[in-house]
Design a protein around this ligand. Structure first.
Ligand code: NDP
Ligand code: GDR
Length: 324
């Protein structure tokens, strides 16, 4: 029997890679999509005829009930969110409504219409926030440092709560930062690789960044969506940290990205207070031991250096295309 999956956040980085993966596995894929005046299809243009889109918004419970009825899913991947930490200080209430409370909308839609569907919640290493313990694992206490991090803690605990209250197959993946050529342009990695390509091709002169000393455990999004799927194939629902177990600074990312095209980052990167955060998460470093042992997942498919290089190469090509 063909398995059916409903993905929220299908137009985003992870939703698009997950759709690629599930289609490869022979799933029928449904994607919840917000109505926009101009379609945002950059990440899923190649799949437009393979996905069945359902119009809806995570904040609108009735649209989620409709989406679950129409898709009749075996698996639901709830990836939609206001996902940019910076914006969460500018729009803390919206972030709470979308990234926190709407998780309950999705869980309620499932409880009402299809309680035996398996559910994946996109939790985040931002829940760890201030360093309490390093490396961070499933049992590390949360200390979120942004409205986004606080919202993700709510969504995480609601997922645990629905699992324990209603015996639903609900899992949370606590994913550390993962990047790719499909990453939104405002996130630091993509902002850097886009700038490297534009500077190299004479279309930009400098790159303005905030805190260069922030440390992140960066992996490749294409590798990480596999874990989401693996979590829903287990006998029992559970929560897992997904990370590489390595941490690198924003500065190191710059060094590798600029040097890949023969440039030195010091000549182009300018520190701008505008990009510093009201409260910073200084160090993220995850311990993926549980995922390795229980899911049989391998964290080091794509190394940090390979990740930086593949993102720079992709932006070099894209900038060349748009320049012609
Ligand atoms: P993106 O920002 O690339 O994608 C977010 C998606 O959510 C988009 O498809 C967006 O749609 C959709 N969305 C936003 N608001 C709503 C809404 N009200 N109703 C319906 N859809 C909405 O995020 P990523 O793909 O990077 O991340 C996926 C999930 O994983 C997010 O929940 C994120 O918080 C979480 N996460 C991400 C990590 C990472 O490093 N990438 C790490 C840990 C967790 P639209 O195109 O219309 O804006
Ligand atoms: P993050 O990702 O906040 O970790 O959240 P982001 O790439 O935005 O920031 C990473 C680190 O880089 C520092 N930084 C800058 N960041 C941005 N965006 N722009 C800059 O100019 C800049 N200069 C320095 C930041 O201060 C920060 O320390 C991502 C998102 O995908 C979340 O949805 C997800 O949950 C977490 O990763 C895990």
């Amino acid at each position: 029997m063909t398995k059916r999956a409903l993905i929220t956040g299908i137009t985003g980085q992870d939703g698009s890679y997950l759709a690629d993966l599930l289609l490869e596995k022979g799933y029928k894929v449904f994607g919840l999509r917000r109505r926009t005046s101009v379609p945002i299809l950059e990440n899923i243009n190649h799949l437009i005829n393979e996905i069945e889109f359902i119009d809806g918004d995570l904040m609108d419970l009735s649209s989620l009930i409709h989406a679950v009825k129409v898709s009749d899913p075996d698996e639901v991947y709830n990836l939609a969110a206001q996902s940019f930490v910076g914006t969460s200080w500018d729009q803390p209430i919206l972030t709470g409504q979308v990234t926190a409370l709407s998780v309950t909308n999705m869980l309620e839609a499932l409880r009402i219409v299809k309680p035996d569907a398996r559910y994946y919640q996109a939790s985040s290493s931002e829940m760890f926030g201030k360093v309490v313990e390093t490396p961070q694992k499933e049992a590390t206490p949360f200390y979120p440092r942004s409205p986004y991090g606080v919202a993700k803690v709510y969504g995480h605990w609601m997922t645990v709560n629905y699992r324990e209250s209603y015996n639903m197959f609900a899992c949370s993946g606590i994913l550390f930062n993962h990047e790719s050529p499909r990453r939104g342009i405002e996130f630091v990695t993509r902002k850097i690789t886009d700038a490297v390509a534009k500077i190299k091709q004479g279309r930009q002169s400098e790159l303005r960044l905030g805190n260069l000393d922030a440390l992140r455990d960066w992996g490749y999004a294409k590798d990480y969506v596999e874990c989401m799927w693996l979590m829903l194939q287990q006998d029992k629902p559970d929560d897992y940290v997904i990370a590489t177990g390595e941490t690198h600074s924003v500065r190191e990312f710059c060094e590798i990205a600029f040097s890949h095209v023969g440039l030195e980052y010091q000549n182009y990167v300018v520190t701008d207070p505008k990009f510093f955060r009201a409260a910073e998460v200084d160090l993220l470093l995850g311990d993926p031991t549980k995922a390795i042992n229980k899911l049989g997942w391998s964290p080091q498919k794509t190394t940090f250096k390979q990740l930086v290089h593949l993102m720079v190469d992709s932006d070099m090509e894209r900038v060349k295309r748009i320049s012609n």
